[in-house]
Design a protein around this ligand. Sequence first.
Ligand code: TYD
Length: 209
Amino acid sequence: MKGLFITLEGGDGAGKSTQIRNIERFFTEKGLVVVHTREPGGTQISEKLRDILLDSHNTEMTAVTEMMIYAASRAQHVRELIIPALERGEVVICDRFVDSSVAYQAYGRGLGDMVAEVNRHATGGLRPDITFWLDIDPAAGRARAAKAGELDRLELEKLDFHYRVYEGYKKIAEAEPDRVKRINAADTVEEICSSIYACLEELCAEKGI
Ligand code: TYD
């Protein structure tokens, strides 16, 4: 595929939105078309599934149900929006992707290997060219997220859940150092932006962009 697929990951309150805007600027300044999307969500069907997933009233939802709805939302998103954009040669910047399911559902909920297996079908094997993990301590991230507004169903989980999610991200980053770039979310916004830009320059050089 001709385009570039970039994902951002991190616990709640890691400051992903600001950096997504910076990444978008990086590529528009190069004259490329950028599509900014998110998970769960990004298409009409996926956004409906997002409402179900994040509704804090859905306290009965089982872990397997949750994992499969995230995967269903992703299956639609990949085929309806992401792949067509990549085939047109566009840059797709996605706020969260499969790594979120591995961190939150495999590690956080304890579902293990089943998550990667289901998601192999959901993505059809599509993998990001690069992933930025904005690494923030779960307690600090939660405090930031709480300040920003009402907490959703996942954010409301106890802190030990968020520490398991954090362990998941660490394992993913260790296992795939070429794809996953760990960024210290405690740095200033400017420092974070320049670390990200350095990685993007390298990626562009590799791809001849
Ligand atoms: P969102 O408001 O997009 O969170 P954030 O602003 O922190 O990115 O809500 C998405 C929530 O869903 C977030 O708590 C992480 C969780 N999530 C999963 O548990 N599994 C997944 O596969 C994805 C994509 C998100």
